[in-house]
Design a binder for this molecule. Sequence first.
Ligand code: ADP
Ligand code: ASP
Ligand code: MG
Length: 454
Amino acid sequence: MLTVMKFGGTSVGSIEALERVANIVVGTEGNKVVVTSAMSGITNFLVACCEDLVNLREETIEVFEKKHVCVAKAMLDEKQLAEFMKEFTPRMEAFKALLYDEKAAKSPYYQDNVTSQGERFSSLLLSHKLRAMGYKSVALTSEDCGIVAEGKPLNGNANLRMTETQMGINVMPYINRGYIPIITGFYGVTKDDWIPLTFGRGGSDYAAAVVANAMNADMLEIWTDVDGFMSADPRVVPNAVKIDEMSYAEAAELAYFGAKVLHPRTIEPVRKKHIPLKVRNSFKPQEDGTLISRFREYRNELLRSVATKTDLSIISISSPEIAYRPDIVSKILNKISENDDAIYSISTSLSTVAFLIHNNDVKNTLIKLNELDNDDVEKIDVTSDVALICCVGDELMSETGASGDIFGAVKAAGANINMISEGASNVAINFVVSNGDALPVIKILHRKFVEGES
Ligand code: ADP
Ligand code: ASP
Ligand code: MG
């Protein structure tokens, strides 16, 4: 039995939290591979440093060094601390050199490199804590493991095939010798020059799913600061309830459309190999959390969970001939895909095709669309600052009147629906409202269909 266990920022964010996590790890049966985030707050701090490197690098080095050494001193005795410092010092020296490396600063992947530093130190702390408890453990970076990534800076994707080969060579021997490897989350390395490339904010969940895929794990556990995958973001809906079981499809839709508890692309690497995933609370290890797998029991719940992704824009392209000329749709799609940006929804009518993209991607998308032939495109309209609401439930599509009930509630919240995507997935109904309407709509849907208040 091999379990990949991922611990998020708050789960490794303090001495007490690290101690709790160490106990969870050693209390888990069978072989374990751990993937960890940076201590909470550290990645934000590194992002800020990148934005004003010249003024902030001194302070960054000082605060960063102090924070990790303080925690190590509190957890380790003198001899153990000396062992820790043997690994800490070269990592710290490399980090300092990076902040002063003018050549590296010109690389498009520089920010990836700087922001990936937090994981290198939290993993070291946890590994030494386990060693201090008498277990064999090794701290491995994504470079050591060979987690191979490709794609744009700050938004990498793993190359699953190459990563599996590399991890078989670099990590498996440790497992076979009884070690608990503690691996950096958040980033992989480019295949040609082994430069850090991050998987986007919150990317340690995805990194852990990639590791689970590569190691052919029997289980992936995502340990976080809430009881599991919930019916809504508990910060927005305090009455949100934990969901016991979900299918991959349900979790994937919600994560992709804004449920921050999982990075948007976490499900794919585990779904490919049918590896079950559990979301658990590291502050309440006795609780079972949420099981996400291929199968789940039918519960006949109209609405199980709702999520929202804000700051999106609808781009509507009108052309009188769209319905009769599918080649126009394909030309438009090709143009938009040249930028490699995420498209959250597409809908077509007789004479328009509408796309949902992030506000930040509008400018570059319009540049591409303006390259299209004037005969093919009559006009382009942009509606910015909208939010996609993703509703996941049992047979939302087949239940008579289910979507009618949902849209009725949206109307009751006084919101207008700008775009609907219904029927494309059999577990979700997605629709678009203005940014400002998103939270009232989420709250009313939750109250009516999850809490059952009429
Ligand atoms: P970690 O640092 O462990 O990765 P995150 O902050 O990235 O933790 O994700 C956990 C947070 O996600 C929770 O504290 C919660 O506020 C938020 N969240 C948003 N939607 C959901 C949901 N549907 N279920 C559970 N948590 C959610
Ligand atoms: N430390 C990274 C972040 O804050 C990755 C993660 O926590 O998942 O985005
Ligand atoms: Mg997270």
